[in-house]
Design a protein around this ligand. Structure first.
Ligand code: SF4
Ligand code: SF4
Length: 189
């Protein structure tokens, strides 16, 4: 039974002698390859060469310290709640006497991890943080072959005082004004 009239008769024509030796086809392919050899290369030798990226590129996170070197994060958990990829895990601990220089507030994150394989670099953790503690930076998360190496703990996330990371480009005036507004419960934490 014929359902449509779209069927076509396929011609089973024999290949010519030239087509059977494939040389014209090979020559045509070589010419295409050769023509590409003289064009400007679209690829670069990464990581030796790097392309310019947007100033607000969202890459590897940093957990900031304040100017005295104390960790700003108070383990409030807002970043983890805001994270759509459920990439953030932390354990809160109470600051002990004598640790005032290490942690800015009475509570701190004794463990803080971001799973970079889950993270979609949306920046919502940064927006949710009431303490200006977490920021995304223009650093690209390096590739590795082991899944466990993509779990970034405090050793990789917390800023080092001798290698401070400038995040001023991400601290816009609008955001600073919003975070000063104490009428939002978010900013009272
Ligand atoms: S950037 Fe987005 S996905 Fe990544 S940890 Fe922050 S909130 Fe989660
Ligand atoms: S929202 Fe900020 S202060 Fe709260 S746990 Fe996350 S990084 Fe720390």
């Amino acid at each position: 039974m014929q359902l449509t009239n779209r069927s076509k008769q396929v011609a089973d024509t024999k290949m010519t002698w030239l087509e059977r030796i494939y040389l014209p086809g090979i020559f045509k392919g070589m010419m295409i390859t050769l023509s590409h050899a003289f064009k400007k290369k679209p690829t670069i030798q990464y990581p030796e060469q790097k392309r310019a990226i947007a100033p607000l590129y969202r890459g590897q996170h940093v957990l900031k310290r304040d100017d005295n070197g104390a960790e700003r994060c108070t383990a409030c958990g807002l970043c983890a709640v805001a994270c759509p990829a459920e990439a953030i895990t932390m354990i809160a601990a109470e600051r002990e006497k004598g640790q005032e220089k290490l942690y800015r507030e009475e509570k701190y994150a004794s463990m803080y991890e971001i799973n970079m394989l889950r993270c979609i670099f949306c920046g919502l953790c940064e927006e949710a943080c009431p303490k200006e503690a977490i920021f995304l930076t223009d650093r690209i998360v390096p590739s590795t072959t082991k899944r466990k190496d993509f779990i970034y703990g405090k050793d990789k996330l917390v800023e080092k005082m001798d290698q401070r990371i400038d995040v001023s480009v991400r601290q816009t005036n609008n955001l600073a004004e919003f975070k000063k507004n104490q009428s939002f419960a978010h900013n009272k934490l």
